[in-house]
Write a protein that binds this ligand. Sequence first.
Ligand code: SF4
Length: 333
Amino acid sequence: MHEASYLEAYKHCRLCPNLCSVDRTRGQVGICGESAYMRIAWAGLHRGEEPPVTGRYGSGTIFFSGCPLHCAYCQNCQISAQVDISTVTTVTVKQLAQLMLDLQQMKAANINIVTGTHFIPSIAEAILLARRTGLNIPIVWNSSGYEEVQALEMIDSLIDLYLIDVKTLDTRVAARFCGTKHYVDSILPVMTWLFKAKPNTYVNDAGELYGILIRHLLFPGTLEATKEVLVWFARYAKQHAWLSLMVQFVPPKKEPSMETIRIDEYQILLDLLESLEIDDGFVQELADNIPWIPDFTRDNPFPADFADPLASFLALRKVSADNRAGERLPFEN
Ligand code: SF4
Protein backbone atom coordinates (compact mmCIF):
# COMPACT_ATOMS: atom_id res chain seq x y z
CA MET A 1 0.00 0.00 0.00
CA HIS A 2 1.34 3.45 -0.85
CA GLU A 3 1.28 6.40 1.50
CA ALA A 4 -1.42 8.22 -0.44
CA SER A 5 -3.76 5.23 -0.52
CA TYR A 6 -3.54 4.39 3.15
CA LEU A 7 -4.02 8.00 4.16
CA GLU A 8 -7.08 8.16 1.92
CA ALA A 9 -8.92 5.77 4.24
CA TYR A 10 -8.64 8.31 7.09
CA LYS A 11 -10.01 11.19 5.02
CA HIS A 12 -13.57 9.91 4.94
CA CYS A 13 -13.25 7.32 7.65
CA ARG A 14 -15.48 4.27 7.32
CA LEU A 15 -13.02 1.80 8.81
CA CYS A 16 -15.53 0.34 11.26
CA PRO A 17 -19.31 -0.16 11.39
CA ASN A 18 -19.77 3.29 12.94
CA LEU A 19 -19.13 4.73 9.43
CA CYS A 20 -18.46 8.23 10.83
CA SER A 21 -17.16 9.66 7.53
CA VAL A 22 -14.98 12.19 9.35
CA ASP A 23 -11.65 13.48 8.04
CA ARG A 24 -9.20 12.15 10.60
CA THR A 25 -6.21 13.63 8.73
CA ARG A 26 -7.54 17.07 9.72
CA GLY A 27 -7.75 16.08 13.37
CA GLN A 28 -11.43 15.20 13.36
CA VAL A 29 -12.38 12.20 15.49
CA GLY A 30 -15.24 9.78 15.25
CA ILE A 31 -16.70 7.42 17.83
CA CYS A 32 -13.32 5.69 18.24
CA GLY A 33 -11.95 8.98 19.58
CA GLU A 34 -8.82 8.92 17.43
CA SER A 35 -7.56 11.18 14.65
CA ALA A 36 -5.01 9.95 12.09
CA TYR A 37 -2.27 10.29 14.70
CA MET A 38 -1.49 6.68 15.55
CA ARG A 39 -1.40 6.33 19.32
CA ILE A 40 -0.48 3.30 21.37
CA ALA A 41 -0.88 2.68 25.07
CA TRP A 42 1.56 -0.14 25.72
CA ALA A 43 3.94 -2.60 24.08
CA GLY A 44 5.56 -5.61 25.69
CA LEU A 45 5.38 -9.34 26.35
CA HIS A 46 2.06 -10.50 27.73
CA ARG A 47 1.53 -13.97 29.18
CA GLY A 48 -2.19 -13.85 29.84
CA GLU A 49 -3.36 -15.15 26.45
CA GLU A 50 -4.31 -18.69 25.48
CA PRO A 51 -1.24 -21.04 25.60
CA PRO A 52 -0.35 -21.14 21.88
CA VAL A 53 -0.73 -17.35 21.68
CA THR A 54 1.37 -16.70 24.77
CA GLY A 55 4.04 -19.13 23.58
CA ARG A 56 7.14 -19.69 25.67
CA TYR A 57 8.05 -16.14 26.66
CA GLY A 58 4.91 -14.14 25.94
CA SER A 59 2.92 -12.59 23.14
CA GLY A 60 4.37 -9.38 21.69
CA THR A 61 1.38 -7.26 22.52
CA ILE A 62 0.71 -3.74 21.29
CA PHE A 63 -2.33 -1.98 22.74
CA PHE A 64 -3.78 0.82 20.63
CA SER A 65 -5.51 3.84 22.04
CA GLY A 66 -9.22 4.44 21.35
CA CYS A 67 -11.91 1.96 20.35
CA PRO A 68 -14.85 1.91 17.95
CA LEU A 69 -16.94 0.06 20.53
CA HIS A 70 -17.63 1.33 24.01
CA CYS A 71 -18.48 -1.68 26.13
CA ALA A 72 -20.02 -1.02 29.52
CA TYR A 73 -17.64 -3.43 31.21
CA CYS A 74 -14.40 -2.46 29.43
CA GLN A 75 -11.35 -3.15 31.57
CA ASN A 76 -9.24 -0.89 29.36
CA CYS A 77 -11.45 2.20 29.50
CA GLN A 78 -8.44 4.26 30.56
CA ILE A 79 -7.14 3.83 26.98
CA SER A 80 -10.30 3.04 25.01
CA ALA A 81 -12.71 5.82 25.94
CA GLN A 82 -12.13 9.24 27.44
CA VAL A 83 -8.48 8.43 26.96
CA ASP A 84 -6.14 9.59 29.70
CA ILE A 85 -3.48 11.51 27.73
CA SER A 86 -0.77 10.28 30.11
CA THR A 87 -1.40 6.72 28.90
CA VAL A 88 -0.80 7.25 25.18
CA THR A 89 2.25 7.58 22.95
CA THR A 90 2.02 8.78 19.36
CA VAL A 91 4.03 6.67 16.92
CA THR A 92 4.86 6.83 13.24
CA VAL A 93 4.56 3.84 10.92
CA LYS A 94 8.33 3.47 11.04
CA GLN A 95 8.39 3.55 14.84
CA LEU A 96 5.61 0.96 15.03
CA ALA A 97 7.52 -1.31 12.65
CA GLN A 98 10.61 -0.94 14.85
CA LEU A 99 8.59 -1.82 17.97
CA MET A 100 7.50 -5.02 16.23
CA LEU A 101 11.11 -5.88 15.45
CA ASP A 102 12.12 -5.09 19.03
CA LEU A 103 9.38 -7.40 20.36
CA GLN A 104 10.71 -10.15 18.11
CA GLN A 105 14.17 -9.49 19.53
CA MET A 106 12.62 -9.88 23.01
CA LYS A 107 11.58 -13.43 21.93
CA ALA A 108 7.89 -12.63 21.49
CA ALA A 109 5.90 -15.57 20.14
CA ASN A 110 4.02 -13.22 17.80
CA ILE A 111 2.95 -9.62 17.29
CA ASN A 112 -0.43 -9.22 18.96
CA ILE A 113 -2.30 -6.15 17.70
CA VAL A 114 -4.93 -5.23 20.29
CA THR A 115 -7.85 -3.07 19.11
CA GLY A 116 -6.22 -1.82 15.95
CA THR A 117 -9.39 -1.52 13.85
CA HIS A 118 -9.35 2.28 13.64
CA PHE A 119 -5.65 2.31 12.59
CA ILE A 120 -5.77 -0.51 10.02
CA PRO A 121 -4.11 1.45 7.16
CA SER A 122 -1.12 2.53 9.27
CA ILE A 123 -0.76 -0.86 10.97
CA ALA A 124 -0.77 -2.63 7.59
CA GLU A 125 1.97 -0.30 6.39
CA ALA A 126 4.01 -0.93 9.55
CA ILE A 127 3.71 -4.72 9.23
CA LEU A 128 4.84 -4.53 5.58
CA LEU A 129 7.81 -2.41 6.58
CA ALA A 130 8.71 -4.71 9.49
CA ARG A 131 8.45 -7.79 7.25
CA ARG A 132 10.83 -6.17 4.76
CA THR A 133 13.32 -5.59 7.55
CA GLY A 134 13.31 -9.00 9.22
CA LEU A 135 10.04 -9.61 11.08
CA ASN A 136 9.32 -13.33 10.79
CA ILE A 137 6.92 -14.15 13.65
CA PRO A 138 3.14 -14.47 13.19
CA ILE A 139 0.79 -11.51 13.36
CA VAL A 140 -2.28 -11.80 15.61
CA TRP A 141 -5.30 -9.56 15.07
CA ASN A 142 -6.90 -9.19 18.51
CA SER A 143 -10.22 -7.41 18.23
CA SER A 144 -13.78 -7.02 19.42
CA GLY A 145 -15.17 -8.26 16.13
CA TYR A 146 -16.85 -4.89 15.58
CA GLU A 147 -15.27 -4.58 12.17
CA GLU A 148 -16.02 -3.57 8.62
CA VAL A 149 -15.19 -6.32 6.11
CA GLN A 150 -13.78 -3.82 3.59
CA ALA A 151 -11.34 -2.57 6.22
CA LEU A 152 -10.27 -6.08 7.19
CA GLU A 153 -9.63 -6.80 3.52
CA MET A 154 -6.91 -4.13 3.65
CA ILE A 155 -4.93 -6.13 6.21
CA ASP A 156 -6.07 -9.75 5.96
CA SER A 157 -3.15 -10.97 3.85
CA LEU A 158 -0.81 -9.86 6.67
CA ILE A 159 -2.71 -11.60 9.49
CA ASP A 160 -1.89 -15.14 10.63
CA LEU A 161 -4.35 -15.51 13.50
CA TYR A 162 -7.59 -13.71 14.27
CA LEU A 163 -8.14 -13.61 18.01
CA ILE A 164 -11.59 -12.22 17.65
CA ASP A 165 -14.58 -11.83 19.95
CA VAL A 166 -18.08 -12.98 19.31
CA LYS A 167 -19.50 -11.10 22.26
CA THR A 168 -23.14 -11.93 21.70
CA LEU A 169 -25.77 -12.63 19.07
CA ASP A 170 -28.53 -11.11 21.21
CA THR A 171 -29.37 -7.46 20.52
CA ARG A 172 -30.53 -6.80 24.10
CA VAL A 173 -27.30 -8.17 25.52
CA ALA A 174 -25.35 -6.16 22.93
CA ALA A 175 -27.18 -2.96 23.85
CA ARG A 176 -26.51 -3.50 27.54
CA PHE A 177 -22.92 -4.73 27.50
CA CYS A 178 -21.38 -3.71 24.14
CA GLY A 179 -22.62 -0.14 23.95
CA THR A 180 -24.58 -0.77 20.73
CA LYS A 181 -27.18 -3.28 19.61
CA HIS A 182 -25.63 -2.99 16.12
CA TYR A 183 -22.79 -5.23 17.27
CA VAL A 184 -25.00 -8.16 16.27
CA ASP A 185 -25.56 -6.74 12.76
CA SER A 186 -21.84 -6.49 12.12
CA ILE A 187 -20.43 -9.62 13.73
CA LEU A 188 -22.21 -12.18 11.54
CA PRO A 189 -21.05 -10.75 8.17
CA VAL A 190 -17.53 -10.46 9.58
CA MET A 191 -17.56 -14.10 10.61
CA THR A 192 -19.01 -15.28 7.30
CA TRP A 193 -16.22 -13.42 5.50
CA LEU A 194 -13.54 -14.68 7.91
CA PHE A 195 -14.52 -18.32 7.43
CA LYS A 196 -13.76 -17.85 3.73
CA ALA A 197 -10.58 -15.85 4.32
CA LYS A 198 -9.17 -18.31 6.88
CA PRO A 199 -11.07 -21.58 6.37
CA ASN A 200 -8.76 -23.75 8.49
CA THR A 201 -7.38 -23.31 11.99
CA TYR A 202 -4.37 -25.36 12.99
CA VAL A 203 -1.24 -25.52 15.12
CA ASN A 204 2.01 -25.85 13.18
CA ASP A 205 5.08 -27.88 14.19
CA ALA A 206 6.41 -24.91 16.16
CA GLY A 207 3.25 -24.81 18.28
CA GLU A 208 1.97 -21.61 16.63
CA LEU A 209 -1.77 -21.25 16.11
CA TYR A 210 -2.98 -20.05 12.70
CA GLY A 211 -6.50 -19.23 11.56
CA ILE A 212 -9.29 -18.05 13.86
CA LEU A 213 -9.65 -18.29 17.62
CA ILE A 214 -13.09 -17.00 18.61
CA ARG A 215 -13.33 -15.61 22.11
CA HIS A 216 -16.59 -15.48 23.96
CA LEU A 217 -17.02 -14.09 27.47
CA LEU A 218 -20.08 -14.93 29.53
CA PHE A 219 -21.67 -11.71 30.78
CA PRO A 220 -23.44 -11.72 34.16
CA GLY A 221 -26.97 -13.09 34.02
CA THR A 222 -26.82 -13.90 30.29
CA LEU A 223 -26.43 -17.68 30.27
CA GLU A 224 -29.06 -18.12 27.54
CA ALA A 225 -27.22 -15.67 25.27
CA THR A 226 -23.98 -17.62 25.75
CA LYS A 227 -25.78 -20.86 24.93
CA GLU A 228 -26.98 -19.20 21.71
CA VAL A 229 -23.38 -18.35 20.80
CA LEU A 230 -22.23 -21.93 21.48
CA VAL A 231 -25.02 -23.39 19.34
CA TRP A 232 -24.09 -20.94 16.55
CA PHE A 233 -20.42 -21.90 16.92
CA ALA A 234 -21.19 -25.61 16.62
CA ARG A 235 -23.31 -25.06 13.55
CA TYR A 236 -21.30 -22.52 11.57
CA ALA A 237 -17.85 -22.04 13.04
CA LYS A 238 -16.34 -25.18 14.45
CA GLN A 239 -15.17 -26.53 11.11
CA HIS A 240 -13.18 -23.31 10.60
CA ALA A 241 -12.25 -21.95 14.02
CA TRP A 242 -11.25 -22.78 17.58
CA LEU A 243 -13.18 -21.50 20.58
CA SER A 244 -11.97 -19.76 23.72
CA LEU A 245 -14.78 -19.66 26.28
CA MET A 246 -14.05 -17.18 29.03
CA VAL A 247 -15.82 -16.77 32.35
CA GLN A 248 -13.44 -14.24 33.87
CA PHE A 249 -15.85 -11.31 33.98
CA VAL A 250 -14.44 -8.48 36.07
CA PRO A 251 -17.24 -6.15 37.22
CA PRO A 252 -16.70 -2.53 36.19
CA LYS A 253 -15.77 -0.12 38.96
CA LYS A 254 -19.13 1.61 38.72
CA GLU A 255 -21.03 -1.68 39.17
CA PRO A 256 -18.83 -3.75 41.51
CA SER A 257 -21.76 -5.88 42.64
CA MET A 258 -22.32 -7.46 39.22
CA GLU A 259 -22.59 -11.22 39.60
CA THR A 260 -19.94 -13.46 38.17
CA ILE A 261 -20.64 -17.01 36.99
CA ARG A 262 -22.06 -19.60 39.40
CA ILE A 263 -20.64 -23.10 39.51
CA ASP A 264 -23.92 -24.66 38.29
CA GLU A 265 -23.94 -22.31 35.27
CA TYR A 266 -20.33 -23.24 34.54
CA GLN A 267 -21.25 -26.93 34.58
CA ILE A 268 -24.16 -26.29 32.21
CA LEU A 269 -21.73 -24.69 29.74
CA LEU A 270 -19.25 -27.56 30.01
CA ASP A 271 -22.08 -30.05 29.36
CA LEU A 272 -23.26 -28.03 26.38
CA LEU A 273 -19.76 -27.93 24.88
CA GLU A 274 -19.63 -31.69 25.15
CA SER A 275 -23.06 -32.30 23.66
CA LEU A 276 -22.29 -29.91 20.78
CA GLU A 277 -18.98 -31.72 20.21
CA ILE A 278 -16.95 -28.53 20.41
CA ASP A 279 -13.49 -29.93 21.02
CA ASP A 280 -10.91 -27.49 19.68
CA GLY A 281 -10.06 -24.61 21.93
CA PHE A 282 -9.91 -23.48 25.53
CA VAL A 283 -12.25 -23.09 28.47
CA GLN A 284 -11.23 -20.82 31.29
CA GLU A 285 -11.18 -22.44 34.72
CA LEU A 286 -13.33 -20.85 37.41
CA ALA A 287 -10.21 -20.65 39.55
CA ASP A 288 -8.56 -18.54 36.84
CA ASN A 289 -10.62 -15.54 37.87
CA ILE A 290 -7.99 -12.92 38.66
CA PRO A 291 -9.82 -9.67 39.35
CA TRP A 292 -7.30 -7.09 38.18
CA ILE A 293 -7.87 -4.09 35.98
CA PRO A 294 -4.80 -2.89 34.07
CA ASP A 295 -3.40 0.50 34.96
CA PHE A 296 -1.90 2.01 31.80
CA THR A 297 -0.41 4.96 33.66
CA ARG A 298 2.25 2.51 34.87
CA ASP A 299 5.20 1.23 32.84
CA ASN A 300 3.80 -2.25 33.39
CA PRO A 301 -0.02 -2.09 33.60
CA PHE A 302 -0.25 -5.80 34.51
CA PRO A 303 0.98 -7.99 37.37
CA ALA A 304 4.72 -8.61 36.94
CA ASP A 305 4.22 -12.35 36.39
CA PHE A 306 2.02 -11.61 33.41
CA ALA A 307 3.91 -9.01 31.46
CA ASP A 308 7.25 -7.33 30.69
CA PRO A 309 7.30 -3.90 29.06
CA LEU A 310 9.36 -3.34 25.93
CA ALA A 311 12.32 -1.07 26.75
CA SER A 312 12.21 0.80 23.44
CA PHE A 313 8.50 1.49 23.97
CA LEU A 314 9.21 2.93 27.42
CA ALA A 315 11.85 5.19 25.84
CA LEU A 316 9.33 6.44 23.26
CA ARG A 317 6.76 6.90 25.99
CA LYS A 318 9.16 9.04 27.97
CA VAL A 319 9.92 11.24 24.96
CA SER A 320 6.19 11.51 24.28
CA ALA A 321 5.49 12.53 27.87
CA ASP A 322 8.33 15.10 27.75
CA ASN A 323 7.23 16.56 24.46
CA ARG A 324 3.52 16.11 23.80
CA ALA A 325 3.63 19.06 21.41
CA GLY A 326 5.97 17.07 19.19
CA GLU A 327 3.32 14.60 18.03
CA ARG A 328 3.67 13.62 14.40
CA LEU A 329 1.30 12.27 11.82
CA PRO A 330 1.61 8.51 11.25
CA PHE A 331 3.09 8.85 7.78
CA GLU A 332 6.03 10.92 8.96
CA ASN A 333 9.32 9.19 9.67
S1 SF4 B 1 -12.65 4.08 12.83
FE1 SF4 B 1 -13.34 5.74 14.19
S2 SF4 B 1 -13.75 7.49 12.84
FE2 SF4 B 1 -13.60 5.66 11.56
S3 SF4 B 1 -15.69 4.94 11.31
FE3 SF4 B 1 -14.85 3.85 13.07
S4 SF4 B 1 -15.34 5.07 14.89
FE4 SF4 B 1 -15.66 6.34 13.08
